[in-house]
Design a protein around this ligand. Sequence first.
Ligand code: GDP
Ligand code: IMO
Ligand code: MG
Length: 430
Amino acid sequence: MALDIIVGAQWGDEGKGRIVDLLSAQADVVARFNGGDNAGHTVNVAGQTFKLHLIPSGIIHPRPVGIMGNGMVINPLTLLKELDMLAENGVTLSPGRLQISYAAHLITPAHRALDQAQEKSRGQGQIGTTGRGIGPAYTDKASRRGLRMADMLDPKSFAEKMAAHINDTNLILQKLYGAEPLDANQVAEEYRVCAEKIAPYISDTAQFLAQALKQGRSILAEGAQGTLLDIDHGTYPYVTSSPTTAAGVLSGLGLGISPIGRVIGATKSFQTRVGSGPFPTEVFDEDAVRLRGTGANPWDEFGTTTGRPRRVGWLDTVLLRYAARVNGLTELVITKMDVLSGLPSVRICSAYRAGSETFHELPLGPADLSPYTPVYEDLPGWQADLTGLRSAAQLPAEARAYLRRIEELTGVPVSLVSVGPERSQVIQLN
Ligand code: GDP
Ligand code: IMO
Ligand code: MG
């Protein structure tokens, strides 16, 4: 085992963070390769809850080095808050233990303001972004006018670049969107203070990772978001602005073509999404409350980053099979099996129908799912509380049959299921 990968196989929030935490016990390095603080990864360890947005979820274990790769977009204010939060909870990260790529891009207040102004201007066609400036930061990267972590290392030129960036964006904010301009000097000063604190963490993480691989150390690459939010392979345009799939790992970490071990797709036992866009198996009213919860439990389906209620529905194996293909998944991890306990039957979407035709594959990918109606199978539910179970043999026969059906429909083995949010609430299957 050299480089293992874990990605979301749905629209994000699959429980990747807690699975990364689990698998990081054996990892030497845990590395985020995409996205920014649009991500929200919840990890529960012995009664402590960590909500991570930027720092890799494996960092709570004492052993692995945490890497934030060049594929990320980083808001330094969020990063400093997160470092403080971790330190307050007993996880102090010195430079060396956490390393940030010099080539990762910066998110600035101008990106956030632009993200919010653009969303407002979309009216009914809103993407439902997290408002964290992700799209504008990646836009600046692709337009070759972004600011990178390395820019923070030279205070004088950094202040000039920041001020120029804010002034440029102010023109767009004011002229195009009628939004308030930002104070360039104030932002430059705020970021100067951040830069001083973050500078010691900035390095050539790609070189570190290549060396680690050469030495046979194990790297776990952690994806943010999910396959269906991938900029190319997701439900475009209702996607995020980065590659979220396994292929993004190498470019997002600066690695050459390398031997890859496990490619793990995390999926919930049902389907959720935050924000707009197609969702063929979505349910509403009481069915939705049953899957979402009311907010009474910490794991109920309300966004970690924004607190928005998540849209919910039945597991869609047409989309899961698609995720298996575009990522090259070698295994599935299924979270939140406990949430389905008590239902008389559990629905699973096994195909789509359009007119008289049945589809198991999407002819033109998932961007336009409006022609399709889900074809459902209703499997017997299980009544037992799963939260205390720790072995496959203890699972009710109906739960095992549900998992087997997912394996049949996707062609991917299920290696692990989780039955509660705590680190220990997992069952190894294969
Ligand atoms: P991520 O973005 O993929 O890391 O997922 P999030 O952390 O945003 O959302 C997953 C939510 O489900 C968090 O509140 C987790 O604590 C919770 N969770 C994860 N696995 C399980 C599980 O097996 N059972 C229950 N009840 N909650 C879980
Ligand atoms: P994790 O890593 C769920 C969604 C937003 C919106 C779309 C674009 O916790 O799984 P963006 O702010 O990225 O431009 O928003 O993507 N989105 C997520 N949904 N989990 C996430 O991350 C998400 N990150 C972005 O809701 O629909
Ligand atoms: Mg999340």
